[in-house]
Design a protein around this ligand. Structure first.
Ligand SMILES: C[S@@+](CC[C@H](N)C(=O)[O-])C[C@H]1O[C@@H](n2cnc3c(N)ncnc32)[C@H](O)[C@@H]1O
Length: 310
């Protein structure tokens, strides 16, 4: 596991999960490779996305979630972003494996663009599983404006039919989101990292399921979308990725937001033994040209075992 400055770690998701202190994070978002069976590449990065079958893929993801679960505080939220390939397998396993966890939503994110198969309906949605820990979870229902035709004809309460609804308040977001486009080739936020997610998507779910000042963790951060969204909303962030290119890109992206980084690893730097809030022993092995510090945690000690395997 390497550390690239506060808030960004280069390494394996499962290992990173095991290093996080107990009850230390408020929100986790995991957007792993979906198991498309091909290498995903873009101008600024690439990552392998192999396929060993739905059950093997889901089992690996569930190990990551179970490994992270003790670090999530009571009332916290874990989001797992998947598509139709493995979401059902993961849901069944997670319902069984996350002690004290409940799946409160399967949010369906619908989008357009991409290829059109000839012999199937085009698959144009992802599913985001929303798990909460305990009974008193954070949730801030957000509203959106009513559609133009509803605004034109007005709307009445379903209980007392004649009471007109104040349309100015808007209507709550449901669990199917159709208003957030993918990051297209011409989108201003596009960085060139494959499968980059839209900031609007991350901002919506972070705003709804965390509070300002909360700690947000992404174990598959890619270009760092979650981290930027967290920083914009006044949360602290920690991002992990196995790819050096992703970490470099995220580090550049997050430079204006460094104050929001959660410096969990750096508190133990150089001690070679457990220390700081993360109780991780880390060693400085090199300094990158960009000025960010790269550390190695070969001497790292984890205070707890990795979650049980499926
Ligand atoms: C779907 S992409 C994440 C995209 C990201 N949400 C964004 O908006 O840019 C999945 C990421 O998981 C990373 N990854 C794959 N296997 C990993 C592992 N075992 N541990 C940590 N990261 C991993 C890949 O390098 C890739 O960047």
């Amino acid at each position: 596991m390497d550390w690239i400055g506060p808030g960004i770690w280069q390494g394996d998701a499962l290992e990173a999960a095991s290093l996080l202190p107990l009850d230390s994070i408020d929100l986790a978002y995991l957007d792993p490779p979906f198991g498309t069976g091909r290498t995903r590449s873009g101008p600024l990065g690439r990552y392998p996305d192999g396929w060993q079958g739905a059950m093997a893929h889901a089992s690996w993801l569930v190990r990551c979630c179970v490994g992270l679960w003790p670090a999530l505080r009571e009332g916290g939220t874990l989001w797992l972003h998947l598509d139709a390939r493995t979401v059902h397998h993961a849901r069944v396993l997670l319902d069984d494996q996350l002690a004290g966890g409940t799946c409160r939503n399967e949010v369906v994110w619908c989008y357009n663009g991409g290829g059109l198969p000839k012999r199937d309906f085009p698959r144009k949605h992802d599913v985001l599983l929303r798990y909460v820990k305990g009974k008193d979870w954070t949730f801030h229902p957000a509203r959106q404006p009513y559609k133009a035709n509803t605004q034109a004809v007005g709307r009445h309460s379903s209980r007392a039919r004649r009471v007109a609804i104040d349309l100015g308040r808007g209507t709550p977001h449901t669990d199917w989101w159709t208003d957030i486009p993918t990051v297209t080739g011409w989108a201003p936020e596009r960085l060139g990292y494959p499968t980059q997610k839209p900031l609007q998507l991350l901002e919506r779910l972070i705003a709804a399921t965390s509070n300002p000042g909360d700690r947000v963790v992404d174990l598959f951060m890619g270009s760092g979308t979650t981290l930027e969204a967290a920083a914009r909303l006044g949360r602290c962030y920690l991002g992990v990725d196995a790819s050096a290119a992703a970490c470099d890109l995220a580090a550049r992206r997050l430079r204006p937001w460094q104050a929001a980084a959660w410096p969990v690893a750096l508190e133990g730097v150089g001690t070679g033994q457990a220390g700081g809030t993360a109780e991780v022993g880390a060693q400085v092995t090199s300094r990158r040209r960009s000025g960010v510090t790269k550390l190695s945690t070969k001497a790292a000690t984890s205070k707890r075992p990795i979650g049980k395997s499926v």
